[in-house]
Design a binder for this molecule. Structure first.
Ligand SMILES: Nc1ncnc2c1ncn2[C@@H]1O[C@H](COP(=O)(O)OP(=O)(O)OP(=O)(O)O)[C@@H](O)[C@H]1O
Ligand SMILES: [Mg+2]
Length: 722
């Protein structure tokens, strides 16, 4: 057998990691040093050379996208199927386990996943039902408390409240929430992991079975595992399995969500035989990018310490663009991308990585204006869109009547004349009876506990769901989706919604039918109903694969979502104090260091060219702020930077250039962003924004006395000052 291709194209340290006999290993190395590549080759090596059965391999990665890639690349190296291997995220693997052993885990067969949005809604309702003031007890904070404790493996009874009244109340909320979830057969993301862990703690036979099976466990991005994830791997491995972990302490960016970089040290303590391998050559980035990233991360303390070098060329300097405001920044990026395209490059090779999702809106605006294609990872993802969640809720309720979150979402969507008062009665009754909303509704109709109109509306809703579930029992999955959205009136409701938005929603619903048509059960899920499997996939994979996957489009995502990925051209907008590092982290040394690691992650995604932008003023969340460039820019050695200070200019339409719009760019007689101007009525001000072109150009001026106004340049009779 020719296995040389498994080692060809690897350096010595990488070969050692890939080709050693089965053992536990820690591969600790910086960004772009080939950790993920080693992991994939290692799996292939175990299967092809060590003749390990694919059934004995469990591999964990960070996103579904990475998991799909890992499976694809392994199959390529194996020239065939990797059937039997478990590859996935912690969440998807835990989910798989719970599906297979729902009884042992104390879950109903049709249990559903509660996503974070629904989780917050449920908590909000419970807080209200407990008679607490929502302002003092925000649902989001409740979710934080609950998830944070679950990530540490803590149930309410394990948490000490030290007689602190605040903690006591949060605990009560946690308890009420857990009861509601258990009653409804709902499992949130953190619960997936906690239950999967408890399943093994409680069930020795099951644990033994899986321990015997998974003799080879491999974990990518190990620096971002939290306590429960570590515990889950630890108990599964026991003393017999070989565990390979791969990580980089400098890329630990989920501390805020409970990730523990200390798990690396813990691993070394608990697997004393583990081999430690360091990779030091970076194959991803130019020397310039690498030097810059190294210089930034050096400002952190307590690092495990790694040196990265490359024998690649210096490449281009890092561009730092000083924008006037966020619109100027977006326009600049679009311009640069147009040039990139003109040079014969593909858009898909470029990415924009931002600190916060809210930054994408302005960028999207600029892309739409210019007609350039873009794809957002993570924003409002397909399966998280309102209309999709509505449609899925019908399916969820058809599959599981106890799903209160689904019930709440659709009982009056489209409107059926079931008011908040009646619903409140149904809720109250459900609480008193300790039953689901559905049961409570049925009971109240039967016992005539609701007023006439509400009662008949609720009865109709109950009949509708019962009818759908009978009618659709034998139908194909896509028909279930199609018929339920038509019959329930959901489709008609969105068809009646006017304008672009309504149309997009209808298109999305149609897309959902196609998604159902394309859906195939995984080989290991054959014992599950197609519908349940579809619902879980939707919740777990929300949007990671998008409809327009094959279009050439710029990729937009948060820095967090970019982990493990690489792109020839990377833009990082909004690198300002208060944005990045964020306002809250500026003062707190630990959080500041996590922001710096995030900066390191963002910079090291770039292969050839890195462009950093900052704006003098920025409007975000409806507020205007004036920010200094981020300290992270100052931490980059000046000789690696090329400063760009091209302010985008606004075209001033004159009678002449209405007909020759392209011909006249701004010159000394026109306006540009930041320009001081005078208006006969409003006085002096500064140009802060513009949109449109030619005679339609509108500019926004912030007047010293009367604040911001939008003006059509042609009519505004503005004069330039200075
Ligand atoms: N020995 C090698 N020769 C040539 N290219 C390599 C080698 N090792 C890795 N690469 C390439 O370098 C790039 C980075 O590799 P990889 O993504 O595995 O790094 P990583 O350490 O996992 O990075 P990150 O920390 O960002 O996850 C990839 O394009 C990979 O194909
Ligand atoms: Mg990687």
């Amino acid at each position: 057998m020719d296995v040389s291709e498994l080692l060809d194209g690897l350096n010595d340290a990488q070969r050692e990691a890939v080709g050693s006999p089965p053992c536990s290993q820690l591969i600790l190395a910086g960004a772009g040093s080939g950790k993920t590549r080693v992991l994939v080759h290692r799996i292939a090596w175990l299967l092809r050379v060590e003749q390990v059965s694919p059934f004995s391999v469990l591999a964990v990665t960070f996103t579904n996208k990475a998991a799909a890639e890992m499976r694809g690349r392994t199959e390529q190296l194996l020239r065939g199927q990797s059937n039997g291997m478990w590859i996935g995220t912690f969440h998807s693997l835990a989910h798989r386990l719970l599906r297979a052993h729902h009884q042992e885990a104390g879950l109903p067969q049709a249990f559903q996943i509660l996503d974070s949005d629904d989780q917050i809604r449920l908590i909000r309702r419970l807080i209200k039902a407990m008679g607490l003031d929502e302002k003092k007890w925000p649902a989001k904070q409740g979710a934080w408390f609950i998830n944070g404790n679950k990530d540490e493996g803590l149930r309410p009874q394990n948490i000490d409240h030290y007689d602190d009244p605040t903690t006591k109340t949060w605990l009560q909320i946690y308890e009420a929430y857990q009861q509601a979830c258990d009653r409804a057969g709902l499992v949130d993301f953190a619960e997936l992991l906690l239950r999967a862990h408890e399943l093994w703690l409680k069930n020795a036979t099951l644990l033994r079975h899986y321990r015997d099976r998974f003799r080879h466990i491999l974990v990518d991005e190990f620096q971002d595992t939290n306590s429960i994830q570590y515990a889950w791997i630890r108990i599964l491995a026991g003393d017999t399995s070989h565990v390979t972990i791969v990580g980089d302490d400098d890329q630990s960016i989920y501390g805020w969500r409970g990730a523990k970089v200390e798990n690396i040290q813990k691993f070394l303590d608990e697997f004393p035989g583990a081999k430690m391998i360091r990779l030091e050559q970076n194959y991803r980035s130019t020397a310039t990018i690498l030097k810059a990233a190294n210089a930034v991360i050096e400002n952190n303390t307590g690092r495990l310490g790694k040196e990265l070098w490359t024998d690649g060329s210096d490449g281009e300097p890092i561009s730092v663009y000083e924008a006037y405001n966020e619109l100027d920044e977006a326009n600049y990026i679009v311009n640069q991308l147009q040039q990139w395209q003109q040079q014969g490059n593909a858009l898909v090779d470029a990415a924009i990585l931002y600190r916060s999702n809210a930054q994408s809106r302005v960028l999207e605006g600029a892309f739409i204006n210019s007609g350039m294609k873009y794809r957002i990872y993570g924003g409002v993802r397909f399966f998280e869109r309102q209309e999709i969640k509505d449609a899925m809720s019908y399916l969820r309720l058809i599959s599981n009547r106890r799903d209160d979150a689904a019930f709440e979402r659709i009982v009056n969507t489209p409107t059926r004349g079931i008011g908040e008062t009646s619903l409140e009665k149904v809720r109250l009754n459900a609480r008193e009876q300790g039953c689901s909303m559905w049961q409570s509704a049925v009971m109240m109709v039967e016992q005539k506990l609701l007023t006439g109109r509400a009662s008949s509306s609720v009865a109709k809703f109950v009949d509708l769901i019962d009818f759908l579930s009978d009618e659709l029992a034998e139908k194909a999955l896509y028909e279930k989706v199609d018929v339920s959205m038509r019959h329930s009136g959901l489709l008609a409701m969105y068809q009646a919604e006017k304008g672009e938005k309504g149309q997009t929603r209808v298109e999305n619903l149609e897309e959902l039918v196609s998604a159902a048509k394309d859906f195939v059960l995984d080989e290991d899920e054959q014992d599950m109903s197609e519908l349940d499997s579809f619902l879980s996939h939707a919740a777990l994979e929300a949007g990671e694969s998008q409809a327009d996957e094959f279009d050439d489009a710029v990729q937009l995502m948060t820095m967090h979502a970019a982990k493990g990925l690489e792109f020839p051209l990377v833009f990082v907008p909004g690198v300002e104090e208060g944005m990045f590092p964020s306002m809250q982290s500026g003062e707190d040394p630990e959080r500041l260091e996590e922001e710096r690691r995030l900066c390191y992650v963002a910079m090291t995604r770039a292969m050839k060219k890195l462009v950093i932008c900052h704006a003098e003023t920025r409007r975000l969340y409806g507020k205007e702020s004036y920010n200094r460039p981020s300290r992270f820019i100052r931490e980059i050695p000046a000789d690696l930077i090329e400063n760009v200070k091209l302010k985008t200019t606004v075209q001033k339409p004159t009678m002449q250039n209405r007909f020759h719009q392209e011909s006249e760019r701004f010159d000394a007689s026109g306006f540009h962003l930041g320009q001081r101007v005078n208006h006969t009525k409003f006085g002096d001000g500064t140009v802060t924004n513009y949109e449109g072109s030619g005679a339609q150009t509108r500019i926004q001026v912030h007047f010293d006395d009367v604040g911001s106004k939008w003006l059509v340049v042609t009519y505004a009779r503005l004069t330039a000052l200075g």
